[in-house]
Design a protein around this ligand. Sequence first.
Ligand SMILES: Cc1cc2nc3c(=O)[nH]c(=O)nc-3n(C[C@H](O)[C@H](O)[C@H](O)COP(=O)(O)OP(=O)(O)OC[C@H]3O[C@@H](n4cnc5c(N)ncnc54)[C@H](O)[C@@H]3O)c2cc1C
Length: 609
Amino acid sequence: MALDFDVIVIGSGFGAAVAAIDQAGKGKTVFILERGVWWLTPELSAENPMNPFLKTQPVQYWARPDHRRGLVDFLAVVKENGVAGALQDFANGVAEFFTDKPRPRPLYRYNTFGEADVISASGVGGGSLIYSNVTIEPFFDTTNKQYPAMASWPEKAKLLPTDYANGLTWMTTNRGAPNQVVTKYPQAIPQNQLKAVNSSDPRLLGRSRFLRDASTSPNLSPQLAGQIVEPWAPLKLQIKEADPGNTATSKNFCERQGRCFLGCLPAARHTLNKTLLNQLPLAAQDKVLIRALANVESIEAIPGGGYTVHYTGLDDDTEYHPTAKAVILAAGCLGSTEILLRSRDKSNGKLVVSKTLGTKFSTNGDFSGFVTVDQDKLQYPIYTTRGPINTSHVTFRDGKLLVNVEDAGIPAMFASLVEKTLKMLEQDKGQADVIDILGLLWNSAQLPDYSDPNDMQTEAEMLMNTCWFNCMGMDDATGVLSLDGDDLQLNFTGAIAKHPTFQKAESVLQELAKAMGGTYRAFPLWHGLEPFVSKKLVVVHPLGGCPIGGSSTDGVVNSNGQVYNTTAGAQTVYDGLYVLDASIIPGAVAVNPTLSIVSMAARAAKSIA
Ligand SMILES: Cc1cc2nc3c(=O)[nH]c(=O)nc-3n(C[C@H](O)[C@H](O)[C@H](O)COP(=O)(O)OP(=O)(O)OC[C@H]3O[C@@H](n4cnc5c(N)ncnc54)[C@H](O)[C@@H]3O)c2cc1C
């Protein structure tokens, strides 16, 4: 039987980009299926609609008003998976009926589960469209010469420093060189001197400076100070930084607009939509094709070799069934696991996969919280809305626990909401309730008092005394993804919120706050909003579901990403069926994971003939 393509790649995020570029480079015909659309900035840039190929593609533009009105545009492109999502679908249907205008396609997927909510992306370029550009490897223990985060992983899954070096080379060659952006204006401090900044330097962005000062403060308890295994350092970011001495960098560089995860207006971020456009012959539309708005349901093995991929065109509501010799699943942690679960269930026993499918889901220890400082104690304004979203980090180690703390920006369109929510939670001794929320909405609708300077602040001023911190840690990967009918479920063995990694992260933030004379404020879903939630996690770095194992007894794929073809006890694999994305990482990495995903995928891709 003649097959349509050599390879079908499902998804267009990190694992998919590595796979597609590798396979196209090997001369294969490649068909990329992505459920989302192309996302662009309207500003003149490498990724703007001037590119003739994009004129043939479904394109949408980032939500832009940088004040609270922007929230409405933002919310219109968030798709929730539960009741709110169903209501949104209904409202969209009504709006389309009356206006005859198509509603926007989602960029964000907000996946609500019982104990943790998981945020993922939907668009050409996957998570790179909404991520914070951080490109780092996990903490490496130079004494034992190992990554402690991987201690419990199957031996073959463990990544080595050489794998990370290759991953970084892939990022640099196919995307762009990473930069460190911790200063208020480009190159205020030369890149090679940034790590050596050891005083409270006013050229640093307020929140980079705040994390540096908090982690080196003499007020920090000696016990916590002794747990710092990686002192304050700027993060490597996939962002272009201007060089004032070089006029060639005068466009598409970081302007500190503080909106990376909403979409960068000057297009300074090295997002994967640009990578795919630049590195693949997409415009030729012969050897490499990309189909946006293609929602993949399942994969079916063809007797005699090859696979059929079943997908629905979201633009024409039509079912398609292309075939290929090989299929590379790279639809992300939730997407790939869901597709493989559904393919197994639909196959009537013909697709036999490891019984570990769905297991080893990890939250990556994701945790976040705020620190506020009273105006009279504030040594310098923090201005959380400015700068790239994450700029610098510090790593703490307490026995087996690792906590990576990063300062985080809050886009201006969220400033008013965050400021008011924190005030509301501050006044409340216990949990907030519905009356508080209604009060908050009512107050937001009021005009400011024009005689009070504090009542007519810019978005930056609203958060001048507020720091937001993102933490990552080790959670033992006890989550299990499963299908209930067509709905993806996530459950944990034991209450995940009680895992010590979250208690540790919270206590680190409390101590950092104390060292700076500030107050720790819990993230609203963790703090609690009665009667809705309490101690709920929000996960942005989900991992696992199709974990690498030494055999099908402890994993779904081998270290090359090939899917095992028994439920347990074997090394044999399906010819041409691969998973290459966050879902194969068999546990937390305790840092932002994309460099690990790319390193793992690049290592595996070498073996795909
Ligand atoms: C707000 C935020 C900030 C983040 N910041 C960072 C950071 O700074 N550094 C970092 O390392 N990580 C960061 N991450 C995490 C990072 O984005 C993910 O780890 C990464 O994108 C996962 O890569 P992936 O290849 O597994 O899949 P993804 O990049 O998620 O790509 C999967 C793709 O598959 C598509 N897809 C899914 N299901 C289907 C289907 N059924 N049919 C067709 N297509 C499908 C999706 O639309 C998506 O485009 C962040 C995440 C979020 C949400």
